[in-house]
Design a protein around this ligand. Structure first.
Ligand code: ATP
Ligand code: MG
Length: 160
């Protein structure tokens, strides 16, 4: 069952990210982020990093494909596949699988550029742009670990 949260503004998004970080900080997660340019994939990722105590400045990985942050509670791997070239596309699915195993957080923006749907335990998050400050977050889980994370998130109340 997908789980939806309406964020009326950036501060709601921050609260949702704080709750998400709190749930996954002892076990890690793999999350694909979908949504249009400017939906808030990077914004949500930055807030999660903040609440995982990442000390480095978190920036969009769109030009470098992958940013790694090792200073927080768990390691964070932040991908953006938008500019992935052909030869990268053929191997990215198996590379991503390695980042899905273990106590780490892997965030993947534009996972649709990996061609296949990913064959391992993961959360898929679609951020729907409603207006300048309003976003709908829709979480789906594939696999037992991700399902239990989504179930915990379901109890969150972020309304302002
Ligand atoms: N409720 C909200 N949640 C998330 N972002 C919001 C919200 N309200 C306003 N914003 C703004 O929307 C913008 C989202 O930009 P962001 O770079 O996160 O998008 P993106 O989905 O990563 O786009 P891209 O596909 O280019 O990587 C930011 O400037 C952010 O401040
Ligand atoms: Mg982005």
């Amino acid at each position: 069952m997908p789980f939806k949260v309406l964020c009326n503004n950036l501060s709601d998004t921050e609260k949702l990210a704080e709750k998400f970080a709190d749930i996954i900080k002892d076990k890690g997660a793999f999350i694909c982020l979908y949504g249009c340019v400017g939906a808030g994939k990077t914004a949500f990722s930055k807030f999660i990093c903040k609440y995982l105590d990442v000390k480095e400045k978190v920036t969009s990985p769109s030009f470098v494909i992958l940013n790694e942050y090792k200073s927080g509670i768990i390691p964070v791997y932040h991908f953006d596949l938008y500019r992935l070239e052909n030869e990268g596309i053929s191997t990215i699915t198996s590379e991503l699988e390695e980042y899905s195993e273990g106590k780490m957080l892997t965030l993947v923006e534009w996972a649709e550029f990996s061609q296949n749907s990913l064959p391992f335990d993961r959360i898929e998050l679609t951020i729907n742009y409603i207006d300048e400050t309003k976003r709908e977050f829709e979480f789906s889980a594939f696999g037992n670990k991700s399902n239990s994370i989504i179930r915990e998130l379901d109890n969150v109340n972020i309304s302002t």
